[in-house]
Design a protein around this ligand. Structure first.
Ligand code: PYL
Length: 268
């Protein structure tokens, strides 16, 4: 998992409508709409104001990322939940949330980002949130994935979850990774197609979920391709941006929103 940096997320707290308007154009849904579908809630909208959320800054390992807690807090507020960042960090922050009687506690160290439902004693992590959210976004942008060829780039935590999810959605999934044997493991586990030549695979797929810090030249991209790409760093050259029908990306929003809604679902 690539560690976010302050500059990548600096715009998140103030993003009022930009991401939602871009997503609406590409997928017909807002972040919240994608999160509701990703959580398996078959509703157009839902009042989530009854959910109280504590976002706890975590200082372990490489420490806090400036703006990370504020970004998660803003994303969850945009879902309509009643969220705040705890004044304490780490255990003190967690204890604050418990004492306040919140429904969800969200926190991330260098290895895991979770939304813990205090009522149901269940959690959702960011790997699921990101994989499911970006698969749902791709599905909506593509008008469904049943029987369609989809390429997953990256067989890490998010890519592996995405392979499973896309297979369950009925897609014909191919997967590639810089360590080909990781793709082979998924081929054996899920009955998908491990491909070694990433450039050839990109040029042959009009539907791509890029779950790797992979930057690829626009010359490889099919005209009209739909690319759902949570990976950071994120960059597509001018040719790629011109040829793709849609490039779906954000540094944190979709994954965090899906985590929050999917975790809240446990105590609906
Ligand atoms: C959850 C993000 C999505 C992409 N990379 C993941 C990442 O950067 N993880 C590290 C998050 C550290 C947060 C820090 C804080 O500010 O509480 N411990």
């Amino acid at each position: 998992m690539t560690r976010l940096t302050p500059d990548l997320i600096e715009g998140v707290p103030d993003d009022v409508l930009d991401l939602d308007s871009r997503l609406m154009m590409m997928t017909g849904k807002t972040v919240k709409g994608i999160a509701l579908e990703a959580a398996g809630l078959d509703v157009e909208d839902m009042d989530l104001s009854g959910f109280r959320v504590a976002v706890v800054p975590i200082t372990s390992g490489l420490g806090v990322i400036s703006g990370f807690s504020a970004s998660v807090d803003a994303i969850v507020r945009r879902l309509g939940m009643d969220s705040h960042v705890t004044s304490g960090t780490d255990v003190a922050g967690f204890a604050e949330g418990v004492a306040e009687g919140v429904d969800l506690i969200m926190m991330a160290d260098d290895h895991k980002f979770i939304a813990y439902n205090t009522r149901a004693n269940k959690q959702t992590d960011n790997s699921f949130g990101t994989a499911m959210g970006y698969a749902v976004a791709l599905k909506n942008a593509a008008g469904g994935l049943e029987g369609k060829d989809v390429l997953v780039i990256g067989a890490g935590f998010v890519g592996s979850e995405a392979v499973r999810i896309l297979k369950d959605m009925g897609a014909n999934v191919s997967v590639t990774d810089i360590l080909f044997e990781k793709a082979v493991v998924l081929q054996e586990r899920y009955g998908v197609n491990a491909v070694e030549d990433v450039n050839d695979a990109i040029s042959k797929h009009g539907l791509i979920l890029n779950a790797a810090p992979a930057i690829f030249p626009g010359s490889l991209i099919q005209e009209g391709a739909i690319i759902s790409t949570p990976g950071v760093p994120h960059y597509f050259d001018e040719e790629g941006r011109a040829k793709a029908k849609a490039i779906i990306h954000d540094p944190l929003e979709i994954g965090a929103a899906v985590m929050a809604v999917n975790s809240a679902k446990y105590s609906l």
